[in-house]
Ligand binder design. Structure first.
Ligand code: FAD
Length: 470
């Protein structure tokens, strides 16, 4: 089947308007989130339901057309955009947004893969439940994308990554068959766990079309605080104190260096910074209580009191209202925006055993300074789950574009240190096309060959998001 016959068959299947093949119409689907790369495609296909996804995949298999699944296109590793060849189609799940069912007794919600994360949170809330996955892109990212990247976010400490929030999947295989694994079971030991293969596979094994997700009781109250500490080591000590005092009530624990908050102040001066004076590091803490606001406040007061008494915390501000709490989170969420406004930088999304984080930072920052004198570390992240965004900005006077030529050398310093400390080069964003060569460098030959065997077994024609991960 030639490409014109293929497109005609797609139009007959999906309808004229849902096969976009003109440059202007395709543009938003081809450009990556950070605007670093724009791919080319034969067309953008927008199926309306699982059966149409399956029929589209069968057409692609027949015509040997590669498929790039796409949700909200908010991914940060060039996973959701096609390469420059123009041979692939983008298969957008944007029309598949249904909330299929909420089972408040089983505490599950079943959704189409194209459902926007925020809509899923809202549908759960209407039933008095919490869907706890939360990230700054929640207004546009989709459940299919969240599952395919095993997204993390701000509540992993308490509720886990997206993988831990998923009970069942519906998947269209690379052959165009529909696997209905939409089981709302918390226990199911019936052979290989296919669900977990597709989660985190970044669209390289099949297309997720639906999911059963876990719900939790809505907390009665949340309390947020910002604490100033002297060093990452002190932030880790504070984390231990908080966990000892608050156990599962501690839902978030973020680290932000002083430089991160200076960047936010420079580019978003309207955002209020509640702590006076200059401190080296800041921890943003969130506690939730299933009892009451007084209970949450009491827990926080006792834990912060212990940390102050031990000299771990230098100063702290506790949000007195929902608006103040949102104000504190806005500081954290504006760090990537402030960084982007400040210029280009070389980003790393790494994870380490929590206990190694302070040693990792202490060992790696001087190595970066030795190799790139004057470079600026922009270090923040989900400290509670060992995830740092360890970004490196150019030294003063060095042009952004010139510094980006050092990306390979900067990556080597950071990722070699990550490997030496037993960490991972991708904590929550995935591999996509951006980190494929890094993956090949740091995974063992045994692990890589097992991954290739799985890929060959599930996608023998190699049409599912080729060039991503492997
Ligand atoms: P896309 O970007 O469309 O796709 C991501 C990958 O999944 C691609 O490989 C794509 O091919 C594949 N895919 C998409 N849908 C499907 C499907 N239905 N079936 C099979 N494969 C599919 N990520 C975090 O983990 N934590 C954060 O805190 C976080 N914060 C962010 C903040 C901002 C401001 C931005 C822009 C991004 C952030 N991200 C974060 C990254 C991004 O939002 C997540 O990776 C998100 O899960 C991607 O969802 P999406 O629907 O946009 O997927």
């Amino acid at each position: 089947m030639d490409s014109q016959a293929f497109l005609a068959a797609c139009r007959a299947l999906l309808g004229e308007v849902h096969v976009i093949a003109d440059e202007a119409g395709m543009a938003p689907y081809l450009r990556d989130q950070r605007g670093r790369f724009t791919g080319r495609a034969l067309a953008v296909l927008r199926p309306a339901n699982t059966e149409q996804v399956a029929a589209t995949v069968r057409l692609c298999a027949q015509a040997l057309v590669p498929i790039v699944p796409q949700g909200g296109n908010t991914g940060l590793v060039l996973g959701s955009v096609p390469d420059a060849s123009g041979r692939a189609v983008v298969l957008s799940l944007a029309r598949m947004q249904a909330i299929r069912q909420v089972d408040a007794v089983n505490r599950t919600i079943t959704v189409d893969a194209g459902a926007i994360l925020q809509h899923v949170q809202e549908a759960a809330a209407v039933q008095g439940c919490l869907f706890p996955l939360s990230l700054a892109a929640e207004g546009s990212c989709t459940i299919g994308g969240n599952l395919s990247t095993n997204a993390g976010g701000t509540a992993v400490l308490r509720y886990g990554n997206t993988r831990e929030l998923c009970l069942g999947l519906e998947v269209v295989t690379a052959q165009g068959e529909i696997w209905n694994g939409l089981r709302g079971l918390r226990k199911d030991n019936t052979g290989y766990d296919l669900r977990d293969l597709f989660i985190g596979a970044e669209g390289t094994l099949g297309i997720i079309t639906g999911a059963v997700l876990k719900l939790y009781p809505q907390p009665k109250a949340c309390v947020t605080a910002l604490a100033a500490v002297d060093s990452p080591a002190q932030a880790l000590r504070l984390l231990s104190i908080m966990q000892d005092h608050c156990a599962a009530s501690l839902t978030g624990f973020e680290l932000m260096s002083a430089y991160c908050l200076q960047l936010v102040a420079r580019h978003f001066p309207a955002l209020q910074q509640p702590l006076a004076g200059s401190h080296r590091q800041y921890a943003l803490l969130e506690l939730s209580s299933s009892e009451s606001a007084q209970h949450a406040a009491g827990l926080l007061e006792r834990a912060l009191g212990a940390a102050l008494a031990e000299g771990v915390v230098q100063d702290a501000a506790v949000a007195a209202s929902e608006a103040q709490s949102q104000g504190l989170w806005r500081l954290r969420e504006h760090i990537p925006l402030a960084q982007a406004a400040d210029g280009k930088n070389i980003k790393h999304d790494i994870s380490l055993p929590v206990s190694s984080i302070a040693d990792f930072i202490a060992a790696t920052e001087p190595r970066l300074q030795a190799a790139f004198p004057g470079c600026q570390l922009v270090c923040f992240g989900h400290l509670g789950d060992g995830n740092l965004h360890f970004n490196v900005a150019p030294p003063p006077g060095v042009m952004n574009e010139d510094f980006l030529h050092s990306q390979e050398a900067v990556n080597r310093v950071v990722h070699d240190a990550v490997a030496a400390f037993g960490g991972s080069i991708s904590a929550e964003h995935g591999i996509g096309a951006l980190k494929r060569d890094e993956l090949a460098r740091y995974k063992s030959p045994v692990e890589l060959s097992l991954m290739r065997a799985i890929k060959a077994a599930l996608d023998p024609l190699g049409l599912m998001n080729p060039g991503k991960i492997l």
